[in-house]
Design a protein around this ligand. Structure first.
Ligand code: 3PG
Ligand code: MG
Length: 403
């Protein structure tokens, strides 16, 4: 595949970039509570691109969605309340707001921005054309810019006007955050240093089946943890007591294991587990070998022996991909397995022995609580997009950048 353009290579941004109008797709879909952003990571990720473009004198128009208004104006989902936060995070003097990004007034406002000025367009999902990737809508939006920079990997799994359509009709490049996401993910799966090990946890096989199927074909070892592992154990005839288990996924789990065996991918399941009668805060767990789970108890974490097996394997690998917790990590002490293993990853990474890539909703929270996250080589800010990438799917927003 040819490489995609970046803000270093796109000619519209190289020669006489000053005054060039650039549409920058960010993901401003940040969690908010009572008008305050509770996690600004996605905005922080946008900062390098905004800083570089404004420094070159480009007129930057930030475009994004917020939540899911489904093609209608929903005032609570306006992007306007984000303005003061953006001003602060980007260190801008002021940011203009384009209430209706499609009209002539918006075009005039952008033209009147000083070089290096910034405007923010209203939530694009207020227009049905955004999610429909409607050509007319895309063309109307394109009139606001001379070039398009996509810096929103976390929305790249959507084929929308502002993620896919614009890249097809304008000179387009990946922003810094998009660029580092693609590069990190490519080094992890497309051409990784081997051996590669994947650590996949979570509650349900059903939500991760495509990931497991894709990974068995690509990685050398696959650790299955979390309640998901119970279904695998059950499929192997292990007595799992009152553990969470998706009995309708038994055949699927068997398939994953037999496919893995065919291609020489080693599947690692718990050999000992922490069990308790109930999942609640303050439950006291006991560690038992996998062959001795009492009928009235449920598996809530991997045991210490399993954690040791996994960390030994990690020490012999060059790349690790991590998604999902290994136990019921929201209920200490059942976070212990995730903690031990993620800290081992962090340590090996810090010693330059392992390249570690993590991503996906629950994962970040689990690694933060283990105090391991910051030492991983790369942590994706994306939820759904990261998971679809792990499934081996082509992400429309990324594919469009490759042209
Ligand atoms: C996200 O929150 O994962 C992205 O912003 C994409 O949002 P969506 O799932 O509503 O498309
Ligand atoms: Mg969402």
């Amino acid at each position: 595949m040819p490489r995609f353009e970046t803000i270093d290579t796109l000619s519209a941004l190289k020669e006489s970039a000053a005054g060039t109008r650039v549409l920058v797709r960010g993901d401003l879909n940040v969690p908010m509570q009572d008008g305050v952003i509770t996690d600004a990571t996605r905005i922080e990720h946008l900062r390098p691109t905004i800083a570089e473009l404004t420094k070159r004198g480009c007129k930057v128009v930030i475009i994004s969605h917020f939540d899911r208004p489904k093609g209608k104006v929903v005032p609570e989902m306006s992007l306007r309340p984000l303005l003061p936060f953006l001003v602060e995070i980007f260190g801008a003097q002021e940011i203009a707001f384009l209430e209706n990004p499609l009209g002539e007034p918006a075009k005039e406002l952008v033209a009147s921005l000083p070089n290096g000025g910034i405007a923010l367009a209203e939530n694009l999902r207020f227009f049905a054309g955004e999610e429909n990737n409607d050509e007319k809508f895309t063309r109307a939006l394109a009139r606001l810019g001379d070039a398009f920079v996509n810096d929103a990997f976390s929305v790249a799994h959507r084929a929308h006007a502002s993620t896919e359509g614009l890249a097809r009709i304008m000179p387009a490049a990946a922003g810094r955050s998009m660029q580092s996401e693609i590069e990190a993910l490519e080094t992890a799966l497309a051409n990784p240093e081997r051996p590669v090990i994947a650590v996949i946890g979570g509650a349900k096989v059903s939500t991760k089946l495509d990931i497991l199927t894709n990974l068995t074909a690509k990685v050398d070892q696959l650790v299955v943890g979390g309640a998901m592992a119970n279904t695998f154990l059950y499929a192997k005839g292990v007595e799992i007591g009152s553990s969470l288990c998706e009995k309708n996924m038994v055949a699927a789990a068997q398939n994953v294991m037999s496919n893995a065996a065919k291609v020489g991918c080693k599947v690692i399941l718990p050999s000992d587990v922490v069990v308790a009668e109930q999942l609640k805060l303050g439950s006291i767990g006991k560690t038992v070998p996998i062959s001795a789970v009492p009928p009235n108890m449920m598996i809530l974490d991997i045991g210490i022996e399993t954690a040791r097996v996994i960390t030994t394997k990690l020490a012999n690998c060059k790349t690790v991909l991590w998604n999902g917790p290994l136990g019921a990590f929201e209920y200490p002490p059942f976070d212990e397995g995730t903690k031990i293993v993620s800290r081992a990853v962090a340590e090996l990474t810090a010693q330059f022995k392992l390249r570690s890539i993590a991503g996906g909703g629950d994962t970040i929270a689990a690694l933060v609580s283990a105090d391991a996250l910051t030492r991983f080589s790369y942590v994706s800010a994306a939820g759904g997009a990261f998971l679809e990438w792990l499934e081996g799917k082509q992400l429309p927003g990324v594919a469009a950048l490759y042209g």
